[in-house]
Write a protein that binds this ligand. Structure first.
Ligand code: AMP
Length: 510
């Protein structure tokens, strides 16, 4: 089934139900939301000659138009390729090329020089609503199979290049149906606030809220501002949102400053990175029982495990600290196993790689059979995360086998940062790791060995970096060394560098 049927069904049943909001201002009811999606779908077919299976990229900040575009793409059977709006245009162009996008929607339609885009790919302003045209074949969303692609989800790879995770209509439906079953019941009175980019987790939560006829709210600032969020919640009521743990931390700080205690917030679903117990305690003290944790990854979107609200809130339980530090138990449509290096299950309580099987697991990586073979083994998705299961089925994440750095809820892959710095003529060797950071969760730190043996100017390296890559990936700190620690194979020992940072022995390093 085409997941756009959910929008079609809701607008038939409840055309006047409020749908899209810019801040507290309603911009569309469900009838208008669906009419605009259909209008845009007709334009894709009629004016640009697109058909089912064609890829359409969206590189835009959060907006109601973004949601209309996504549903337009699905309505006529095409595949959406949402791209993180914070990426550098050259990174975004690489994704559009890899996805073989036929169109790319941007804010304003003038982000790219046409030579940067793949041949035949056209850039359009996503905020322009095309004129209505009669297109009777699009009265209903075009039929799609559950296995047909709906969303190419680009996640960074340790090779430094993004991989396109192939999510089908069936994957997205399974993910969405797990939400009310495992995470939080949804009603038409709810308001989902998109405080994080729609191209990722926050956007994936649109489906179940469309299905249930809830309100979709984009903060007027376009992003995450805790004070603004509290104002929205107080005015709109029944607000739910997905937030990275670092966002929860900022919410707590702001709430304490202004004496806010969570009025109007129904649920904060947190995940995407570790939530430290001390922070969770403070969040509960400030906001009460409003939290649910999820663990997932692009390859099984938002849906591996869940730590339910009641458990998080029950601090009287003797095992609370242990369970609250876990990522909960498997969501309804997946099973979890812990595997050893030979991909054999390990006994309960032992650590190994977390593997997942079930209806949310991706169809594979787009045009990347090699990565696919490595990630999908005998029907199991190897997550690259290390953890263990307890006898009751609670999963604890202990490490990430990938070296991804999660800063402010965004993933930064060290390898791609290293590649940019290594291009600098004065840089001999470089290694990038994450350092625990009270505000951002982790921050990016680059260890650098220069050719001359002299430290370089931080500002110069930063300028070099910003010419080539998105600002959120730039190192917050450069530490110059005479050499980097290596094992006998010549491999740089990242763990030693992390230890060095932890031990705070940096003064001696520079
Ligand atoms: P992404 O594919 O960008 O969503 O990143 C997924 C990765 O984020 C996972 O493989 C984990 O390493 C990490 N992650 C996701 N959820 C959690 C969580 N609840 N706690 C700790 N780490 C998480």
């Amino acid at each position: 089934m085409n997941i756009a049927n959910w929008l079609h069904d809701t607008q038939r049943r409840d055309p006047q139900r409020p749908a899209l909001f810019d801040g507290t201002r309603q911009t569309a009811d469900y009838a208008t939301f669906a009419a605009h999606a259909r209008q845009r779908a007709a334009c894709l077919v009629d004016q640009y000659g697109l058909g089912p299976g064609d890829a359409v990229a969206v590189l835009m900040k959060n907006s109601g138009d973004y949601l209309e575009l996504l549903y337009a793409i699905w309505w006529m059977g095409a595949v959406a390729v949402p791209i993180n709006a914070k990426l550098h245009p050259t990174e975004a162009a690489w994704i559009a090329t890899n996805a073989e996008a036929r169109l790319i929607f941007t804010d304003g339609g003038r982000v790219f020089a046409s030579r940067d885009l793949p041949t035949g790919c056209k850039e359009l302003d996503g905020h322009v609503l095309p004129p209505t045209r009669p297109w009777p074949t699009l009265e209903h969303p075009v039929p799609r199979q559950d296995s047909d692609l709906a969303w190419l989800f680009y996640t960074s790879g340790t090779t430094g290049r993004s991989k396109g995770v192939m999510l089908s209509h069936g994957n997205l439906m399974a993910m969405s149906l797990c939400y009310p079953t495992d995470v939080d019941p949804v009603s038409g009175d709810d308001a989902v606030v998109y405080a994080a980019p729609m191209s990722h987790g926050a956007g994936l939560y649109n489906f179940i809220h469309v299905r249930c006829g809830a309100r979709h709210v984009v903060p007027a600032s376009g992003g995450f501002d805790a004070a603004e969020l509290f104002g929205l919640a107080a005015e709109l009521g029944n607000v739910s949102l997905f937030a990275a743990p670092t966002m929860v931390k900022r919410m707590v700080e702001q709430a304490r400053r202004q004496g806010y205690t969570g009025e109007g917030i129904k649920t904060v679903v947190y995940g995407g990175g570790p939530m430290y117990l001390a922070d969770l305690r403070e969040a509960l003290d400030t906001f009460g029982p409003r939290f649910v944790q999820i663990y997932g990854q692009g390859e099984s979107p938002m849906t591996i495990s869940v730590l339910p609200r009641a458990l998080i809130a029950d601090r009287q339980r003797p095992d609370w600290a242990t369970l609250a530090a876990s990522v909960g138990h498997a969501q309804s449509c997946v099973e979890i196993r812990i595997l050893d290096a030979e991909h054999q299950p390990v006994p309960t309580g032992e650590r190994g790689e977390i593997a997942v099987r079930g209806a949310t697991v991706m169809q594979g990586y787009w045009r990347n059979p090699h990565a696919c073979e490595q990630a999908l083994v005998d029907g199991w998705l190897l997550t690259g995360d290390i953890g263990f299961l307890d006898p009751a089925g609670y999963l604890t994440l202990t490490d990430r086998s990938k070296d991804v750095i999660i800063t402010g809820g965004s993933n930064v892959y060290p390898r791609e940062v290293e590649e940019v710095l290594a291009l600098h003529p004065e840089v001999f060797e470089v290694c990038v790791v994450g350092e625990p950071d009270a505000q951002w969760g982790e921050s990016v730190v680059a260890f650098v060995v220069t050719r001359s043996g002299q430290a370089l100017d931080d500002a110069e390296l930063t300028a070099w970096f910003l010419e080539r890559m998105a600002s959120f990936k730039k190192p917050k700190k450069y530490l110059f060394r005479d050499e980097l620690p290596k094992n006998s194979y010549g491999k740089i020992l990242k763990t030693d560098l992390r230890q060095l940072l932890k031990a705070g022995s940096i003064a001696a390093v520079r």
